[in-house]
Design a protein around this ligand. Sequence first.
Ligand code: PLP
Length: 488
Amino acid sequence: MTDIVSHRLDLDPDNWDELRAEGHRMLDDMIDHLAKVRERPVWQPIPDSVRARFHTPIPHEAEALHEVYAEFTRSIAPYATGNIHPGFMGWVHGGGNAAGMLAELLAAGLNANLGGRDHMPIVVERQILAWMRQLFDFPQGASGLFVTGTSMANFMALLVARTHALGEGVRRRGIAASEKTLCAYTSKAAHGCIAKAMDMAGFGTDALRQIGVDRLHRIDIEALQERINADRQAGLAPFLVVGTAGSVDIGAIDDLTALAELCEREHLTFHVDGAYGALAMMSPELAPRLAGIQRADSIALDFHKWAQVPYDAGFVLVRDGERHLRTFDAPAAYLRRDTRGLAGGSPWPCDFGPDLSRGFRALKTWFTLKTYGTDRLGAVMAHTCAVARHLERRVRSESALELVAPAQLNIVCFRHRGDDALNADIVATLQETGVAAPSATVIDGRVVIRAAIFNHRTNESDADSLINAVIVAGNSSAAGNHGGGKTL
Ligand SMILES: *Cc1c(COP(=O)(O)O)cnc(C)c1O
């Protein structure tokens, strides 16, 4: 086969039919890769020889596409995270889906830049925004934007709240020029990206109050109220409460109605980190658990988790679109708008966030929502919860195991009755053998095994395999094959 890459100065192939053949092969291989996922280990350690192949100098010379692809097949594909595998239960990761995968190919073909201008890909993104308004019962004026993930979405929502609290002048003068010392509130079970957002926004993490939680890891509303009172008395200016809909540790959902009421009473912005839980609005069985989310000022969520859209597809939804716009818009001559032609369609997505160039994340999301429908996606979420309950029953029935946190949604935390080192060992052993990939976390000072069921492919028999593998690994470690007593 002749090289697809020649020495011409555009980058198109000399022979489109050869490119077509290569493309079809890649597509066939990747479809097989998905169809046969169960035949492979969840994850496998990267051999040193494979790592070494990725320490080469920058490639000056062309290489044939089929050779580059062969390297992908040999060195990259077998050593991915494993979250497409039903045995992956380690972290809050979605499993992806075939329709979304194909949409990524189409999106890359169009190579659209969704920063702005008047073209159909932006209309698709606005369609998803309209669907999110509908799902969360947000008003017509609500705005929204695709972003990398909830870490970015939370950061942006925090900036919107800041601008609202201090006025638009803060964008020129900075927060240091303000007489007010702002502070925000979330729970101890909140995701670390909230503190990071406080840091990045210039408030510092000390300005984030991490309020205690109840037995089910929901924010203690009374303690929150007391802390707000105390801060006001100390002359500080509370401005934001971040509730969690699905905590990463055990899937806790704060009492969002109580938080909405408190925020109304105290005139605070109410933001919900719904990274994984918010889209459970698609499930009639789960949606009642999220009561109160409709009253949030903003919601951050990830399509790439429970809704199974391929990475990455985060989203921020803001009730007051004007407030959102005033936080990020920045006129520039080279971004001049018009009422007609390609420069029409203002305001543009770049007016609602920090990014100017933006990819077409909306397409894989649109394909996923349309191809499966929200009823089916909701049913998938409910099913992962059923698998978690099955896992919980299995834990309860094994004398060697102890349930640490009951499944509130789709995450189960349990431990082997051995010590912390044994539990950490079991997790590492399972990951290395490729049977299942739970993760280790610390709850109430003890190392526990966490099984987070997010993948639509994971079923009861995968939960059984996990339990069996934990018991086997626990017995063999207890019998003296202890991997070295490392803790976390
Ligand atoms: C995953 C997650 C985040 C971070 O979202 P990214 O998409 O990884 O940036 C934040 N909060 C919660 C509750 C999460 O589950």
